[in-house]
Design a protein around this ligand. Sequence first.
Ligand code: AQP
Length: 342
Amino acid sequence: MEKPVILTGIRSNGELTLGNYLGAIKPLIKMQAMHAGEYQINMFVPDLHSFTTPVEHNLLYENTLNNLKIFVASGLDINNSDTYIYRQSFISSHTELTWILDCFIYFGELNRMTQFKEKSDGKESVSVGLFNYPALMTADILLYDAKYIPVGEDQRQHIELARDVAIRINNQFGSIFTIPEEWNQQLSFSNLHQGIRIRSLKHPEAKMSKSIDDPSGTILLTDNPQDAAKKIMSATTDSLGHINYDFKLQPGVSNLLQIIALLSDRTIEEVTIEWQNQTNYGELKKVAADLVGSLLSELQGKVKSIDQSTILDKLTQDEESMRAVAAAKLYKIQQAVGLRQK
Ligand code: AQP
């Protein structure tokens, strides 16, 4: 029997942030360590998704390869025979399936997506690509029959859409797609009680994001560790004067507790108990700054030692394998909708 698939991707629309690392890269690497052998792991770069918001097009190709280096430096074992890395645009079935799915996804569904609303808010012109982002993501997931998709909380609605669309198509045409697990199952598979959402250090009510211009609120994985520590030391907190994990009342403090828990591999409960009712925000920031500084120093050291040609060889090999898998799935749905003979 084929192994169940775990799939995740990160756009290369900018430099990766601490939010990407804690919300997507680290959970995937943990999963690889826990489940290699039992599951197939697809770690891909959605390079087509990368310009649903404006990017520096002359940097996109290199950014994709740099991101892959960061995954490897973070601990992704690309020599593991169940792990595949690939670029979305190198497998044309992704875009072909998207068109078919577009005809089974309702306008209202895409129009309700929080990410679309947030990213289009206040913009004079918004691309159709941004609107259709979740349909392409649904294709990314369904082409490979992915069951588990470890992503941050911000992607929850998109996973739910992929699940709804798989159910809708299977109901109409028979069993074509594997149905991704429900959100709560996704969380328990990652050993989480709730989705991870790292906030901006300056504006802790908003998520830390690579496409929003918020330099003092965002830690880039390429930041100099001393500069990153300074950003944490000047993070926005509050004037309540005690430390509690409560995103409504104390978003800045809670964000720091969350960063500490994730970087020290402890639960948020353990970290909260340690700090509960303490009053020294400076101490809390210092602990977070030290952990982030160590992460960045270690990661940046490893990135330097990674040989790009090994990554390119692995990409070429895996893209060929995944092209065949994706084409076979595409053919099934083409037959179902009447584009190919049954
Ligand atoms: N702040 C965050 N906290 C937790 N997880 C996060 N992710 C992103 N930001 C945070 C997770 O990282 C993965 C990358 O997703 P993406 O790059 O494909 O798209 P995105 O969700 O739009 O991520 P970004 O980095 O915030 O990009 P921009 O700024 O362009 O929107 C996903 O698993 C996401 O959940």
